[in-house]
Design a protein around this ligand. Structure first.
Ligand code: UD1
Ligand code: CA
Length: 476
């Protein structure tokens, strides 16, 4: 029988080196706040509760975290404030009164986003029901970190911080990751004994390791080799480095499923701006060229091809579709869908509610919003389709638009099957173009048209024969 699990997340620090107006733990990696990554991982551990310690920008952190608290699902999420910030030991001291006292605590940092749940499970197994377990890693350059001091038998004795370490201790390459598992019942007495009599004048959480040893509580150093899992974010450079590492992992996972990425180093998958978790599901023989960004929930069917530099968000691309370079597809809440064998782009824009059937062609500089295009419909150049229902095989000419907005309300345009809309037409909604009809180029259509009819609504052409152009007067 394992003890109930409580998560403590330290997130009160300022993050001075980010030089941002916003708290560090709200900086985003793969479109998700650093703290949300940590909460997401915590959510995979069957924890009973999570306590987030806030300080700098506390209100902003709490508001953002509660709002995105889909990630907090599964456990009771609470916040405690640490003001002022007197060190990591002082931080955890603020959290302990919020815990039940009978559990095992895992202490995490809000700025270490890439720890994997299975690593924490292993750490918890190492801690069992009554031990302290420290997550450690050997670093070629351990500068700045707390060092794990072991005795000759290899048993962990204490942690010494960089600034308090002597030369021998600084030569130790095994560092404390900042992550530990510890029985909550010991925390209260140990934290009460902390002093700030050290190089930084802070209450170090790491001093409780020596107290555990003194009290005969076994301390296990659980060493992993994957430095990324314990890497923290302190600067924009480190944030970008972790972003790349994270994206490379996502890219590799897709490639292992058979997705062909032209370059795994030029691939991005992110949560969308509304917090929809990143999820890219691909069929067989999908090709994705360089520089594509996928956000939110995207699915790509068998044999589909995504050209270079496309941004695709909350959309489904059916089998065999070809998305040419520089296409922007954002389904937002409504979603967007591209039918089988459709050809989209280059430079096309599909907005929320764009639903394209099979073999639809959408060419350059064509914008489609909240519109359904039936199988085989085409809009190849420079056009706008908003709030439209477009029938099968419709051909929608260059420069044509649906005038869907009267300044107050949106109206629908219905273009029935086999209609041919010439170039530069304005279809003033609400309006229906009857099946098989033709609209002459340059027409502004304000009334419904009959099936099969040719409709022309433009100024009549006037040609004046032998017209002489004005000539410049010559001075005498
Ligand atoms: C800490 C560890 C060090 C370890 C390193 C790993 C201590 C004393 N040292 O050092 O052994 O190698 O992490 O990255 O614990 N925080 C608060 N309140 C505070 C101070 C910090 O919430 O008063 C939070 C910070 O926001 C951050 C985390 O605690 O999320 C770690 O704090 P930081 O100052 O970065 O600790 P380090 O000096 O790096
Ligand atoms: Ca740190």
């Amino acid at each position: 029988m394992t003890a109930p699990l409580d998560i403590i997340i330290m997130a009160a620090g300022k993050g001075t080196r980010m030089k941002s107006r916003h708290p560090k733990v709200l900086q985003k990696l793969a479109g998700r706040a650093l703290l949300q990554h940590v909460l997401h991982t915590a959510g995979q551990l069957q924890a009973r509760s999570a306590v987030v310690i806030t300080g700098h920008g506390a209100a902003e952190v709490e508001a953002a975290t509660t709002k995105g608290a889909g990630a907090g699902a599964g456990f009771d999420l609470r916040f405690v404030r640490q003001e002022p910030q007197l060190g990591t030991g002082h931080a955890v001291q603020q959290a302990v009164p919020a815990l039940a006292g009978d559990g095992m605590a895992v202490i995490l940092s809000g700025d270490v986003p890439l720890t994997q749940a299975d690593t924490l499970q292993d750490l918890l197994r190492a801690a069992g029901s009554d031990k302290m377990a420290l997550l450690t890693v050997a670093m070629p350059d351990p500068t700045g970190y707390g060092r794990i001091v072991r005795n000759d038998a290899g048993t962990v004795q204490r942690i010494v911080e960089q600034k308090d370490a002597n030369d021998t201790e600084r030569a130790i390459t095994e560092i404390y990751s900042g992550i530990m598992a510890v029985p909550v019942k010991h925390l209260t007495p140990w934290l009460a004994k902390l002093s700030n009599n050290n190089a930084q004048g802070e209450y170090y959480l790491t001093d409780i390791v020596a107290m555990a040893v003194t009290d005969g509580v076994p301390v296990v150093g659980h060493r992993i080799s994957d430095v990324l899992q314990v890497a923290g974010v302190n600067s924009p450079l480190q944030l970008a480095e972790l972003e790349r590492a994270h994206q490379l992992r996502a890219a590799r996972a897709l490639m292992e499923q058979g997705v062909r990425l032209a370059d795994p180093a030029r691939f991005d998958l992110r949560d969308d701006a509304r917090g929809m978790p990143a999820q890219l599901v691909c069929g067989q023989d999908v090709d994705i060229d360089v520089g594509c960004i996928f956000t939110g929930k995207v699915s790509i069917g068998d044999g589909a091809q995504i050209g270079a530099h496309c941004h695709i968000s909350n959309a489904s691309i059916a089998a065999g579709a070809v998305i040419h370079p520089f296409t922007h597809i954002d389904g937002e809440k409504l979603g967007a869908s591209v039918g089988e064998g459709a050809l989209i782009g280059p430079f096309a824009r599909l907005r929320p509610g764009a639903q394209l059937g099979r073999e639809v062609h959408i060419g350059n500089f064509v914008e489609v919003k909240n519109s359904t295009l039936a199988d085989g419909a085409k809009a190849n150049h420079l056009a706008y389709l908003g709030d439209a229902t477009v029938g099968e095989r419709v051909n929608y000419g260059a420069g044509s638009i649906t005038a869907n907005y009267d300044g107050a309300n949106k109206h629908r345009t219905v273009i029935e099957a086999d209609v041919h809309i010439g170039s530069n037409c304005v279809l003033v909604a609400p309006v229906t173009i009857g099946a098989g009809g033709t609209v002459g180029g340059g027409s502004t259509i304000t009334k419904n048209t009959l099936p099969g009819a040719l409709s022309v609504a433009r100024g009549k052409q006037v040609s004046i024969a032998n017209w002489a152009r004005p000539a410049k007067k010559t001075s005498s």
